[in-house]
Write a protein that binds this ligand. Structure first.
Ligand code: SAM
Length: 198
């Protein structure tokens, strides 16, 4: 089920985006947070960020998901050379994984496409192991972001940083940081699922 406009889909699959995503966006988005163990990427698109994660962290087992079958196919092709990656279709609001499966969940520039983003955040929390991390970045609710998405006609629900922070807190995440960048057009976030009590 395609969610993005034809233009956005084309950009997401372009060689230019893949190169920029891996070299420039990924290090900024991860903000020095190390990935280990089982990692899930939601809304992974054509696998641009996943390729960087897989290459930099060969010991990580990375599961890349997307709701759009065309994106899943594209990511499967692009990531086929990485033995530590599996790609499958999945809607972030109803993830087909057991609770407590992943050490980290990454979400890069995808939450604003999920109209029911609260369900997405709850699902991320459910599939994280105790102590697991939710890491990512997204657009913020600027006029420009609203204008672009209204113009291209794709379903969207662009979040204010405070909204995301409140939702993460309400869902029980701890250690939450949500910080804006690039004239507040983007926000980077990090949150932890509380560690199990011993
Ligand atoms: C702007 S693209 C970003 C792709 C990738 N994360 C990147 O940084 O290159 C957003 C992606 O989110 C996916 N998406 C939108 N809604 C989704 C949902 N409910 N569940 C899973 N993926 C979704 C879209 O199909 C699209 O591939």
């Amino acid at each position: 089920m395609p969610i993005m406009s034809a233009i956005e889909s084309a950009v997401c699959r372009s060689a230019a985006w893949r190169s920029f995503a891996r070299r420039g966006v990924l290090p900024w988005a991860l903000d020095g947070h190390a990935l280990h163990g089982d990692v899930l990427e939601v809304g992974g698109g054509s696998g641009a960020m996943a390729a960087g994660v897989a290459r930099a962290n060969p010991e990580v087992q990375l599961t890349v998901t997307d709701v759009d079958d065309a994106m899943v196919e594209s990511a499967r092709t692009r990531l086929a050379a990485h033995r530590n990656v599996t790609v499958q279709a999945a809607d972030v609001t109803a993830l087909p994984f057991d609770s407590g499966t992943f050490d980290a969940v990454t979400s890069f520039l995808m939450l604003h496409h999920v109209v029911d983003w609260r369900a997405a955040v709850a699902e991320v929390k459910r599939v994280l192991k105790p102590g697991g991390a939710f890491i990512g970045y997204d657009l913020t609710d600027t006029r420009l972001a609203h204008w672009v998405h209204r113009a291209d006609g794709s379903p969207h629900r662009i979040l204010a940083p405070e909204e995301l922070k409140h939702a993460l807190r309400a869902d029980g995440f701890t250690g939450i940081t949500v910080s804006t960048a690039f004239c507040a057009h983007l926000m980077r976030f990090y949150a932890c699922s509380p560690a199990a009590k011993s």
